[in-house]
Design a protein around this ligand. Structure first.
Ligand code: PGA
Length: 228
Protein backbone atom coordinates (compact mmCIF):
# COMPACT_ATOMS: atom_id res chain seq x y z
CA UNK A 1 0.00 0.00 0.00
CA UNK A 2 2.88 2.37 -0.69
CA UNK A 3 1.78 5.79 -1.78
CA UNK A 4 -1.31 7.05 -0.03
CA UNK A 5 -4.58 8.37 -1.30
CA UNK A 6 -6.30 11.66 -0.71
CA UNK A 7 -9.74 10.00 -0.50
CA UNK A 8 -9.03 7.97 2.61
CA UNK A 9 -9.56 9.08 6.18
CA UNK A 10 -6.48 8.12 8.21
CA UNK A 11 -6.75 7.63 11.96
CA UNK A 12 -3.27 6.94 13.24
CA UNK A 13 -2.26 6.06 16.80
CA UNK A 14 1.27 7.15 17.70
CA UNK A 15 2.04 5.43 21.00
CA UNK A 16 5.49 7.04 21.23
CA UNK A 17 7.64 5.39 23.94
CA UNK A 18 4.73 3.85 25.85
CA UNK A 19 2.95 0.51 26.40
CA UNK A 20 4.22 -2.87 27.55
CA UNK A 21 3.58 -5.87 25.30
CA UNK A 22 0.68 -6.92 27.55
CA UNK A 23 -0.87 -3.44 27.38
CA UNK A 24 -0.35 -3.34 23.63
CA UNK A 25 -2.13 -6.66 23.12
CA UNK A 26 -5.04 -5.65 25.31
CA UNK A 27 -5.40 -2.42 23.29
CA UNK A 28 -5.32 -4.32 19.97
CA UNK A 29 -8.04 -6.75 21.02
CA UNK A 30 -10.25 -3.93 22.34
CA UNK A 31 -9.78 -1.51 19.44
CA UNK A 32 -9.49 -4.13 16.68
CA UNK A 33 -13.00 -5.43 17.15
CA UNK A 34 -14.49 -1.90 17.09
CA UNK A 35 -13.07 -0.72 13.77
CA UNK A 36 -15.72 -0.41 11.08
CA UNK A 37 -14.92 -2.54 8.04
CA UNK A 38 -15.12 0.40 5.63
CA UNK A 39 -12.54 0.66 2.88
CA UNK A 40 -11.88 4.38 3.09
CA UNK A 41 -11.23 4.45 6.84
CA UNK A 42 -7.63 3.49 7.48
CA UNK A 43 -6.81 2.91 11.13
CA UNK A 44 -3.10 2.50 11.86
CA UNK A 45 -1.34 1.69 15.12
CA UNK A 46 2.31 2.67 15.57
CA UNK A 47 3.77 0.75 18.55
CA UNK A 48 7.33 0.67 19.84
CA UNK A 49 9.71 -1.52 17.82
CA UNK A 50 9.74 -4.16 20.55
CA UNK A 51 5.95 -4.60 20.32
CA UNK A 52 5.69 -4.67 16.51
CA UNK A 53 5.89 -8.41 16.00
CA UNK A 54 3.38 -9.28 18.75
CA UNK A 55 0.98 -6.56 17.64
CA UNK A 56 1.13 -7.75 14.03
CA UNK A 57 0.49 -11.34 15.08
CA UNK A 58 -2.51 -10.34 17.23
CA UNK A 59 -4.01 -8.37 14.33
CA UNK A 60 -3.62 -11.34 11.98
CA UNK A 61 -5.15 -13.78 14.46
CA UNK A 62 -8.08 -11.43 15.21
CA UNK A 63 -8.43 -10.55 11.49
CA UNK A 64 -8.84 -6.90 12.47
CA UNK A 65 -8.89 -4.12 9.84
CA UNK A 66 -5.95 -2.47 11.56
CA UNK A 67 -2.75 -1.45 9.80
CA UNK A 68 0.62 -1.24 11.52
CA UNK A 69 3.18 1.54 11.39
CA UNK A 70 6.65 2.25 12.78
CA UNK A 71 7.41 5.50 14.59
CA UNK A 72 10.80 5.82 12.93
CA UNK A 73 13.03 3.92 10.51
CA UNK A 74 16.68 3.74 9.52
CA UNK A 75 17.93 6.08 6.80
CA UNK A 76 20.17 3.16 5.71
CA UNK A 77 19.51 -0.29 4.32
CA UNK A 78 20.48 -3.66 5.77
CA UNK A 79 24.05 -3.78 7.12
CA UNK A 80 26.52 -2.46 9.65
CA UNK A 81 24.35 0.23 11.28
CA UNK A 82 24.31 -0.63 14.96
CA UNK A 83 21.03 0.11 16.70
CA UNK A 84 19.03 0.83 13.56
CA UNK A 85 15.83 -0.83 12.34
CA UNK A 86 15.84 -0.97 8.54
CA UNK A 87 12.90 -0.79 6.14
CA UNK A 88 13.53 -4.16 4.52
CA UNK A 89 13.34 -6.00 7.84
CA UNK A 90 10.44 -3.94 9.12
CA UNK A 91 8.42 -4.46 5.93
CA UNK A 92 7.34 -7.85 7.31
CA UNK A 93 5.38 -6.01 10.02
CA UNK A 94 4.50 -2.53 8.81
CA UNK A 95 2.43 -0.77 6.18
CA UNK A 96 3.49 2.77 7.10
CA UNK A 97 6.36 4.62 8.77
CA UNK A 98 6.19 7.94 10.59
CA UNK A 99 9.20 9.96 9.48
CA UNK A 100 10.54 13.27 10.78
CA UNK A 101 8.35 13.64 13.86
CA UNK A 102 9.28 16.89 15.62
CA UNK A 103 10.37 14.91 18.71
CA UNK A 104 12.95 13.16 16.53
CA UNK A 105 14.02 16.36 14.78
CA UNK A 106 14.55 17.98 18.18
CA UNK A 107 15.84 15.16 20.43
CA UNK A 108 17.79 13.21 17.82
CA UNK A 109 18.77 16.10 15.54
CA UNK A 110 17.20 14.59 12.45
CA UNK A 111 17.87 16.69 9.37
CA UNK A 112 15.85 17.12 6.19
CA UNK A 113 18.52 15.05 4.40
CA UNK A 114 18.11 12.14 6.82
CA UNK A 115 14.36 12.40 6.44
CA UNK A 116 14.65 12.22 2.64
CA UNK A 117 16.88 9.12 2.98
CA UNK A 118 14.33 7.49 5.26
CA UNK A 119 11.53 8.21 2.78
CA UNK A 120 13.60 6.64 -0.01
CA UNK A 121 14.27 3.54 2.10
CA UNK A 122 10.62 2.97 2.93
CA UNK A 123 9.34 3.61 -0.60
CA UNK A 124 11.90 1.12 -1.96
CA UNK A 125 10.43 -1.43 0.44
CA UNK A 126 6.79 -0.65 -0.43
CA UNK A 127 6.01 1.00 2.89
CA UNK A 128 3.99 4.24 2.98
CA UNK A 129 6.00 7.18 4.34
CA UNK A 130 4.11 9.61 6.58
CA UNK A 131 6.27 12.70 6.95
CA UNK A 132 5.54 15.12 9.80
CA UNK A 133 5.74 18.80 8.92
CA UNK A 134 5.75 21.49 11.55
CA UNK A 135 4.47 24.30 9.35
CA UNK A 136 3.83 25.07 5.69
CA UNK A 137 7.55 25.71 5.08
CA UNK A 138 8.85 22.27 6.12
CA UNK A 139 10.12 20.60 2.91
CA UNK A 140 8.31 17.46 1.81
CA UNK A 141 10.48 14.86 0.04
CA UNK A 142 9.48 13.52 -3.35
CA UNK A 143 7.53 10.23 -3.20
CA UNK A 144 5.72 11.28 -0.06
CA UNK A 145 1.97 11.23 -0.58
CA UNK A 146 0.82 11.68 3.02
CA UNK A 147 2.01 14.24 5.52
CA UNK A 148 0.94 15.14 9.04
CA UNK A 149 0.77 18.83 9.86
CA UNK A 150 1.80 18.94 13.52
CA UNK A 151 2.54 22.42 14.92
CA UNK A 152 4.99 22.14 17.83
CA UNK A 153 2.84 24.23 20.18
CA UNK A 154 0.03 21.68 19.84
CA UNK A 155 1.94 18.46 20.53
CA UNK A 156 1.17 16.99 23.94
CA UNK A 157 0.01 20.35 25.30
CA UNK A 158 -3.77 20.05 25.26
CA UNK A 159 -3.70 23.14 23.05
CA UNK A 160 -4.59 22.05 19.48
CA UNK A 161 -4.47 24.29 16.45
CA UNK A 162 -7.88 25.41 15.23
CA UNK A 163 -9.48 23.22 12.56
CA UNK A 164 -9.75 26.31 10.34
CA UNK A 165 -6.04 27.08 10.55
CA UNK A 166 -5.06 23.44 10.06
CA UNK A 167 -7.25 23.40 6.95
CA UNK A 168 -5.53 26.54 5.63
CA UNK A 169 -2.07 24.99 6.09
CA UNK A 170 -3.28 21.80 4.39
CA UNK A 171 -4.58 23.90 1.50
CA UNK A 172 -1.21 25.67 1.11
CA UNK A 173 0.63 22.33 1.10
CA UNK A 174 -1.73 20.82 -1.48
CA UNK A 175 -1.37 23.91 -3.69
CA UNK A 176 2.40 23.57 -3.50
CA UNK A 177 2.85 19.81 -3.75
CA UNK A 178 -0.27 18.76 -5.66
CA UNK A 179 -3.88 18.01 -4.85
CA UNK A 180 -3.09 14.30 -4.46
CA UNK A 181 -1.11 14.99 -1.30
CA UNK A 182 -3.11 13.77 1.70
CA UNK A 183 -2.66 16.06 4.71
CA UNK A 184 -3.66 14.89 8.16
CA UNK A 185 -3.57 16.90 11.38
CA UNK A 186 -1.81 16.04 14.66
CA UNK A 187 -1.43 17.80 18.00
CA UNK A 188 -3.71 17.31 21.04
CA UNK A 189 -6.41 15.51 19.07
CA UNK A 190 -9.01 13.77 21.24
CA UNK A 191 -12.55 12.42 20.95
CA UNK A 192 -13.98 15.86 21.71
CA UNK A 193 -12.21 17.79 18.95
CA UNK A 194 -11.48 15.21 16.22
CA UNK A 195 -14.68 15.84 14.28
CA UNK A 196 -13.78 19.49 13.77
CA UNK A 197 -10.55 18.48 12.05
CA UNK A 198 -11.72 15.63 9.84
CA UNK A 199 -14.75 17.65 8.70
CA UNK A 200 -12.38 20.16 7.01
CA UNK A 201 -12.16 20.00 3.25
CA UNK A 202 -8.40 19.60 3.07
CA UNK A 203 -7.80 17.35 6.08
CA UNK A 204 -7.63 13.62 5.44
CA UNK A 205 -7.37 12.34 8.99
CA UNK A 206 -5.53 12.64 12.29
CA UNK A 207 -2.32 11.54 14.01
CA UNK A 208 -3.10 10.95 17.67
CA UNK A 209 -0.51 10.71 20.45
CA UNK A 210 -1.61 10.83 24.08
CA UNK A 211 -5.31 10.18 23.43
CA UNK A 212 -4.46 7.02 21.46
CA UNK A 213 -3.03 5.27 24.53
CA UNK A 214 -6.46 4.76 26.05
CA UNK A 215 -8.31 2.15 23.96
CA UNK A 216 -11.77 3.45 24.88
CA UNK A 217 -10.84 7.02 23.99
CA UNK A 218 -9.33 5.90 20.69
CA UNK A 219 -12.49 3.91 19.87
CA UNK A 220 -14.48 7.13 20.41
CA UNK A 221 -12.12 8.96 18.03
CA UNK A 222 -12.70 6.33 15.34
CA UNK A 223 -16.46 6.46 15.89
CA UNK A 224 -16.45 10.27 15.51
CA UNK A 225 -14.61 10.01 12.16
CA UNK A 226 -16.91 7.25 10.95
CA UNK A 227 -19.88 9.61 11.16
CA UNK A 228 -18.40 12.38 8.99
P1 PGA B 1 -0.43 14.39 20.98
O1 PGA B 1 0.75 13.93 20.01
O2 PGA B 1 -1.71 13.88 20.39
O3 PGA B 1 -0.10 13.80 22.30
O4 PGA B 1 -0.41 15.90 20.99
C1 PGA B 1 0.60 13.91 18.63
C2 PGA B 1 1.89 13.54 17.97
O5 PGA B 1 2.95 13.95 18.45
O6 PGA B 1 1.90 12.81 16.96
Amino acid sequence: MAGGDSKNTWIIANWKSNMTIAEALEWVSKVGSEIPKIDNIKVVVCPTFSALSEVKKAIQIGNYPLLVGAQNISPFGVGAYTGEENAQTLSQFIDLAIIGHSERRENFKETDEMITNKVNQVVENKITPLVCVQNSETPIPENCKIVAYEPIFAIGTGNPDTPGNADKIADVLKERYGQNLAVIYGGSVDSGNVKGFVAQENIAGVLVGKASLDADEFIKIIAACDKI
